[in-house]
Design a protein around this ligand. Sequence first.
Ligand code: AMP
Ligand code: MG
Length: 415
Amino acid sequence: MVPLPSYEEALESLLTSASPLQSPVRRPHATALGAEVAEEIRTDRPLPPFDRAAMDGYALRFADLNGGNGLRVIGRIDAGDPTEISLDPGTCVRIATGAPVPASADTVVRHEWTDRGESEVKIESDRVQAGDCIHRTGADAEADEVLFGPGRRLTPLDLSIAAAVGRTSLLVGSRRPVAGVISSGNEVVPSATPADQLGAHQIRDSNAEFLRHALAHFGAHLETVIHCPDEFNATIDALTTMAARVDVIVTIGGVSAGERDWFPLALERLGAERVLRGAAIQPGKPIMCSKLDRTEADPSWVISLPGNPVSVFATSHLFLWPLVRRLAGETPALPWRHCQLGEAITPNPRRRLFRPCVLEGETVRVPHWQGSGDFSHCSGATGLVEIPEGDEKVEAGTLLRVLPWAWEERASENT
Ligand code: AMP
Ligand code: MG
């Protein structure tokens, strides 16, 4: 039997298959956050698009303010009303902030400077200047004016500006990878399932919840999470739907050698190129990575993690995190550091162990576990410690590599 690759070899096969995401590419508005925009975003009409009242008050002709005499109020215009009112001399109209100012008016007087009259209004005319409180058409930007352009990393502000000028998609260059999660398993039910509706044979979907948060810390945008039963056709459908939408598909479970572990077969049927299958690590031995061509130049990566929660914690950090960094155009190197083992520990003779651990200063403690299905011992863990394969106990005081979780403070020293 061919020996399984080491962690480094396995990671290398994954990373050599991946280069920073193709660019520029058109992204829907919803998934463009953090990407570098690769086109000019222009106004599609003047901003504001109409003469807009900047205060609640009265729209009038300045020339009609004749020393405090009242003006007749002939109606009101609210935000969202089209302007059809035309003012005759000596008349005015109540107006709300954001409403269009009639063409025949040249000034808006805030109602604090009036007696707020309903049918006739008196105005403190000595406070008023011609043209007050009108936010003029095109005052902020003309039609077809460039608001921002190539090089900008899209923030929520930029996306709001893009939305205001009618852009539902943007051409972006280097960008935050978009990820989707497919959890699997007939026994897996939504994590919000209350205890009285949960069969003893059922498991709440805790992994999807973990990945939802971990992916954000890895630097990916999570587009969607779906669940798929242990059925071949459903697995094919889930992968196909997801591949059309995301750069990285993270599958949970269904990747071991069980009869109902459908991901390997479904990916083969879809013509995916397998770049990694299995690694000499614990947990996470069945890890699988594939490339699924949606278009030749723009594939989806499929990272298939075994379903045990501790496997998901570990393999997502060991494989998914570096992949996301590579796709985003960053260095894939993770912030490993060296720490001293607090208490002696027994290694796995054949596979490198990656155990959730607690960093206490420069010392690392490894909580007792019942294997990779035991996630309850992980509460309070701050990272993963790497324990090389071997037959001898690893003694207290040994220097070991530790990877803090992505959400822990980044170690300053990369090794
Ligand atoms: P699998 O890799 O599909 O054989 O799953 C291994 C173990 O992980 C099984 O005991 C599953 O019930 C559990 N598991 C699979 N998916 C999830 C999930 N999304 N959340 C929590 N546990 C899961
Ligand atoms: Mg399963």
